[in-house]
Design a binder for this molecule. Structure first.
Ligand SMILES: [Zn+2]
Length: 220
């Protein structure tokens, strides 16, 4: 049975792909890190659809300032991220604003998959499976930053539908993201974007088939 279709806050993009100053594909299940300067637009595309994209953001100038799920939810008084949402830092400052989006209900409650959670949720032998937390750690190890595992906090899960019931129960809904679904954010400060094309195979967040993710940047 198909999940009930929820009205989405869909808004088209005005940007032309050929004008992007950065255009790369993150292979299925891999991590990525890159700086996005203030005023630039950052687009993430779920090329194959039904693909969770875990993300964290840090101020380029002081990485102790970083994305805060709690401050973002409180500021907008809504648990989903969509067009118009401001991703707020732990200092209460806007880091990025979602300016265009075809999904309309990005999650920031369910966290990133990890060796530890895979063991607890599924089974001990899942410990060695590829996961987002390890992708984050490998990416920050490759970057000119002092970030380490203690800096991995509650993240955004773009393109993940994780509904909360009236009773407050959290679940992974059926992932019906269309191929080519995208989200665009304008950076409000210089940020380091840390991204994982989620490799999870133990639940439905990638429809049991992790796929590549496109990342693009436009100058202001
Ligand atoms: Zn994951």
């Amino acid at each position: 049975m198909r999940a009930q279709v929820i009205s989405r806050n869909s808004s088209p993009s005005k940007l032309k792909a050929g004008a992007a100053v950065y255009n790369e594909v993150i292979p299925a299940g891999e991590g990525w890190i890159h700086e996005v300067k203030a005023g630039q637009t950052f687009r993430i595309v779920a090329i194959g659809g039904a693909q969770a994209v875990d993300a964290l953001f840090y101020s380029s100038w002081d990485t102790t300032e970083r994305y805060s799920a709690q401050d973002t939810i409180l500021a907008q008084r809504n648990i989903y991220l969509k067009t118009g949402s401001r991703l707020v830092s732990n200092l209460g400052r806007p880091m990025l604003t979602i300016i265009s989006d075809s999904f309309g209900r990005h999650d920031t409650l369910t966290g990133a998959c990890a060796a530890q959670s895979n063991q607890v949720r599924y089974s001990l032998d899942k410990r060695y499976m590829h996961n987002c937390r390890d992708n984050f750690l490998a990416a920050i190890a490759s970057w000119r930053t002092s970030l380490d595992k203690r800096d991995l906090s509650a993240n955004v899960n773009f393109f993940l539908y994780a509904p909360v019931s009236e009773e407050g129960e959290l679940s992974f809904g059926e992932q019906t993201t269309e191929p080519g679904s995208f989200v665009e954010m304008r950076a409000e400060m210089d940020v380091i974007a840390l991204v994982s094309a989620c490799p999870q195979l133990n639940n439905a967040c990638n429809a049991n088939n992790p796929t590549p993710v496109r990342v693009m940047i436009w100058d202001a």
